[in-house]
Write a protein that binds this ligand. Structure first.
Ligand SMILES: Cc1ncc(COP(=O)(O)OP(=O)(O)O)c(N)n1
Ligand SMILES: Cc1ncsc1CCOP(=O)(O)O
Ligand SMILES: [Mg+2]
Length: 220
């Protein structure tokens, strides 16, 4: 039997403002059921799920996004797409995440309009200052805080950039990313982060729900 998910209360922007824990996952090809994994992570307290599967074929990406979209709707949480505005549009995603070398925000807005949220990766103070003030940007990320195998070749600006973002006192939501897990999360919180993005801390956990719950608790 198919069910129609209940309407999600709160605008996407309001739910982003309240978000604390953002998960990037691949499509888990050959590593278990994507829907079960997403349900567990969301039940544990993940607020946003991004499909980040570099090099995935478009048809496979859309199929995985349909699975994640259904899970996000079940839990009233946000679905994000990485890099591609056309895929975000086709998938009906809530969020598109763009790096410094990806589509310019204005070009993504021309495709997506104003309702889809757009996030930006920042690796330097100048990029953080720009993203904090740029029209059309809904949130930004600072990182990698620590070097990480999930973003090879990207130098880590470290906790200094987290402190810089915290010092701006911006109302724009921002997240720390890169090397954050249960052992390190207290360091980014001490540096001023209130929101985090993780990959391995949840995707490689034996119990994704418990991992998400513990990370949420560590955020205070
Ligand atoms: C939430 C979030 N933050 C940062 C990134 C990294 O984006 P980018 O620098 O474009 O690198 P890729 O992920 O595209 O390799 C992200 N995807 N999501
Ligand atoms: C996509 C991305 N951008 C900067 S670090 C990173 C990956 C973070 O992965 P992990 O949480 O496993 O260190
Ligand atoms: Mg990118």
């Amino acid at each position: 039997m198919t069910t129609t998910p209940a309407a999600v209360p709160g605008s996407a922007r309001a739910r982003l403002a309240a978000a604390r824990l953002y998960l990037c996952t691949d499509a888990r090809a050959g590593r278990g059921d994507l829907a079960d994994f997403a349900d567990a992570a969301l039940a544990g307290g993940v607020d946003v799920i991004q499909l980040r599967d570099k090099g995935i074929e478009a048809a496979e990406e859309l199929a995985a996004l349909a699975v994640l979209a259904a899970a996000c709707r079940r839990h009233g949480k946000l679905l994000a797409v990485n890099d591609r505005a056309d895929v975000a549009h086709a998938a009906g995603a809530d969020v598109l995440h763009l790096g410094q070398d990806d589509l310019p925000v204005t070009a993504a807005r021309a495709i997506l309009g104003d309702d889809v949220l757009i996030g930006r990766s920042c690796h330097a103070e100048s990029e953080v200052a720009a993203a904090a003030g740029q029209p059309g940007v809904d949130y930004f990320c600072t990182g990698p805080v620590w070097p990480t195998p999930t973003k090879p070749g990207r130098p880590a600006p470290g906790l200094g950039l987290v402190r810089y973002a915290a010092g701006l006192g911006t109302d724009r939501p921002w997240f720390a990313i890169g090397g954050i897990d249960l052992d390190t999360v207290h360091e980014v919180v001490a540096a001023g982060a209130r929101r985090i993005v993780v990959v391995r801390a949840i995707t490689e956990a034996d119990d994704p729900a418990a991992a998400a719950t513990a990370l949420r608790a560590a955020l205070g």
